[in-house]
Design a protein around this ligand. Structure first.
Ligand code: ATP
Length: 283
């Protein structure tokens, strides 16, 4: 392995998320519609030395073996049978612990980059299976195209019913623990039908006005009123639909056109600790 590689790691959002059941291994089976968005961490992967070194410089992100990017490199080296060193530098743009899959995407990017630098010893499905060992969202963040997801989020079917719509992401700057959200989810209260397929969206097109859904909002909205407040503001500012992504707390609004989305971003930015991003679906 020679040259350093610079690679982008996109954030993901769930446009639809139903929790089917808790599994004996602690994961949950889901039915989800996932899409990446144009908000990226930037990673530089430089092979060399004898150890895995991660630099990030973000106060909430560890730089040792707890970093998912570190663990991805370690897993790649042990599975490919050729152990060597690598320096991984991560510039975080994706808010941390925000329901946007930032750590998982960094890990996916490391797997993609090391595989490329090594001459692609793993076909993409094998790389996705490797990623699944580290986290449920990693296979999707290797795959990256809009997809219907089943299993723990790792069984993927391409979905081509999404337009490249503008998206405003609002991170309200509160902390919501993923473990807490799932612990407080009452699976009996979530509604049928739970399974998702093309026909769920009629004519294979997804409607942002009626199709957005996340079972986990039932847990977070009552406990964190700011999430409801962000949704209401996005709707007032012209969003066709709004939803909390994953286990939150980030909320997104989907807009019909970039001008309205840009105006909404301008109005929401600078409201206390809120971090606001204007981007689009990578559809
Ligand atoms: P999930 O829903 O899977 O928890 P998330 O998008 O909400 O994902 P992340 O940004 O991935 O959350 O961060 C979750 C935790 O993972 C944080 O507490 C952070 O310290 C840790 N972490 C480990 N590696 C990374 C990384 N490369 N980037 C961000 N966080 C990381």
């Amino acid at each position: 392995m020679k040259n350093a590689l610079r690679i982008l790691a996109p954030a993901k959002i769930n446009l639809f998320l139903r929790v089917i059941r808790k599994r004996p291994d602690g994961y949950h089976d889901l039915s989800s519609l996932m899409c990446t968005v144009g908000l990226y961490d930037v990673l530089t992967i430089a092979p060399g030395g004898s150890a895995i070194q991660v630099t990030c410089g973000h106060p909430q992100v560890p730089e040792d073996e707890r970093n998912l990017a570190w663990r991805a490199a370690d897993l790649f080296f042990s599975r490919s049978g050729v152990r060597s060193g690598v320096r991984i530098s991560i510039t975080k743009h994706i808010p941390v612990a925000a329901g946007l899959g930032g750590g998982s995407s960094d890990a996916a990017a490391v797997l993609l980059a090391l595989n490329r630098l090594r001459g692609n010893p793993f076909p993409v499905p094998d790389l996705m299976a490797l990623g699944r060992r580290l986290g449920a969202d990693i296979p999707y963040l290797i795959y990256r195209k809009p997809a219907l997801a089943a299993g723990i989020g790792d069984r993927l079917k391409p979905f081509d019913g999404l337009p490249r719509a503008p998206v405003v992401l609002v991170n309200p700057g509160i902390e919501v623990s993923t473990a807490w959200v799932y612990k407080n989810l009452n699976l009996r209260l979530t509604k049928q039908p739970k399974q998702l397929n093309y026909s769920s969206f009629g004519n294979e097109k997804f409607s942002f006005a009626t199709g957005l859904h996340n079972d986990l909002e039932a847990v977070t909205l009552p406990r964190f009123p700011v999430i409801r407040e962000v949704k209401a503001k996005l709707a007032d500012l012209g969003a066709r639909g709004t939803l909390m992504s994953g286990s939150g707390p980030t909320v997104f609004g989907i807009f019909a056109d970039m001008r309205t989305a840009r105006e909404a971003k301008g109005r929401l930015a600078g409201q206390g600790p809120w971090r606001v991003f204007l981007t689009h679906l990578l559809a």
